[in-house]
Structures are given as C-alpha cells and as structure tokens.
Design a protein around this ligand. Structure first.
Ligand code: TMP
Ligand code: MG
Length: 214
C-alpha cells in the first residue's frame, strides 16, 4: 500500500488557511487527517495557548520558539504513523510559521538559521501551499491574541517571502510549493485551485514512497 501524502497549508493570519485545510481534508478520499499547529491540547500546546491568549504570560522569545517546535515533535510520530497507514495528512501551519513568526521578532542571534535548527529531522511536506491575501493585514477585526496586529503581520510576511524565495528555492523550482493569492477569491474558488494542485501532484508522484526531512 502506498503511503499517504503530507500536505501543508501555510500563510499569514486571516488568509483562509484553516477553512481551506478543513475543506481539503473533506475532499480527500482516504480518511485524511487534519493536524493544526499549534496543537493546543497537548501539555506543551496548553502552555503555548496560554502565552498566545494572555499578554501577562511572559516567556523568553527563545523559549516560546522552542516550545512551538517541541509541539511539532510531540505530534511527529503519529503523523508518520498515519501516513504509513496510507492516509493523507493535511496540516494547518507547520515549520515555516515557526520560523517566520519567530524571525519576525528580530531578536539578536535568533535568525532564520537559529530558528530552523530545532525543526531538523521533522518530516518535510510533499506539497506546500502558501496563501497570501493583500487585504489580510489591512482588515479590521484581528483577534486579540499575541501577534495579531497588522504591523507584526507585515514583518511575518517579509520573513515568509525570504524563506520561500531563498531558503527553500530547490523545492520551489520543483513546484512543490504553490503560491496562492486569495485576494478577491471566494472560498470555493480557492478550494478548487488547491484541489486541482493536489490532484495533479498525486497523479505525478503516486510512486514516491521515501520520506523527506527538514
Ligand atoms: P493559529 O492562529 O493558527 O492558531 O496560530 C496561533 C499563532 O501562533 C499565530 O499567530 C501563528 C503563531 N505561530 C508561531 O508563532 N509559531 C509556530 O510554530 C506556529 C505553528 C504558530
Ligand atoms: Mg490565529
């Protein structure tokens, strides 16, 4: 039996990631599994949730970065097990969010390389979507969690762009990263684009069995 595919939906806040990840899981046939990061229900996830929700919860920037990464390691084994059962896994955020949000803080020494280090050895997605929306930073009604302000989002977008244009240029050339601008598009239109890119990827790569790692 062929292993499932690991598909990632990445992007800034309010670009429609969670909606698209849920719709993609529904449309995949083989009992696909949705994994959202941060996974807030685990012991580390609860700490992360508290940090995001309560502005008085202080954690060093390095510490919260490592917790976000540890949260991925908490779930890593079960993701691999699901893929080996032949089921696809769709992730809502992953390593790239981890690097982009932390690097955007511009803390001395915490550059992209530092941020990427604890992610080494995690499974690399087979296919990554990067959702942008030119209005997402301007829209009113950001929630009141940490990081939800247009000023910080602009910095995060810059970090994402740097990561995808340079750091991952190899995959970009192989078209394993799909850039999707959702500005002015309906949920269904974006879903159709995501769905056809996934279908095309699966058709062309049905025989890929080995895993890739960061
Ligand atoms: P969420 O809104 O998708 O639940 O994510 C919560 C916030 O956490 C969001 O602002 C992005 C941020 N984040 C990180 O800073 N590092 C990470 O590794 C992840 C997965 C999310
Ligand atoms: Mg959010």
């Amino acid at each position: 039996m062929a292993r499932g595919k690991l598909i990632l939906i990445e992007g800034l806040d309010r670009t429609g990631k969670s909606t698209q990840a849920a719709k993609l899981v529904e449309s995949l046939s083989n009992q696909a599994r949705l994994v959202k990061f941060p996974e807030r229900s685990t012991p580390i996830g609860k700490l992360i949730n508290q940090y995001l929700k309560e502005s008085e919860t202080h954690l060093a920037d390095q510490a919260i970065h490592l917790l976000f990464s540890a949260n991925r390691w908490e779930v890593a084994e079960t993701i691999k097990a699901t893929l080996l059962e032949g089921r696809d896994v769709v992730m809502d955020r992953y390593v790239y969010s981890g690097i982009a949000y932390s690097a955007a803080k511009a803390v001395p020494g915490m550059d992209v390389q530092w941020c990427a280090q604890p992610e080494k050895g995690l499974l690399k997605p087979d296919l990554t979507f990067f959702l942008t929306n030119s209005e997402s930073e301007l829209r009113k009604g950001f929630g009141d969690e940490r990081y939800e302000s247009s000023g910080f989002q602009t910095k995060v977008r810059h970090e994402f762009e740097t990561i995808f244009k340079n750091y991952e240029s190899q995959d970009y050339k192989n078209n394993h990263i799909v850039f999707l601008d959702t500005t002015g598009k309906s949920i269904e239109q974006v879903h159709t684009s995501v769905g056809s890119a996934v279908e095309e990827y699966i058709q062309k790569n049905s025989d890929v069995e080995e895993f890739m790692y960061f």
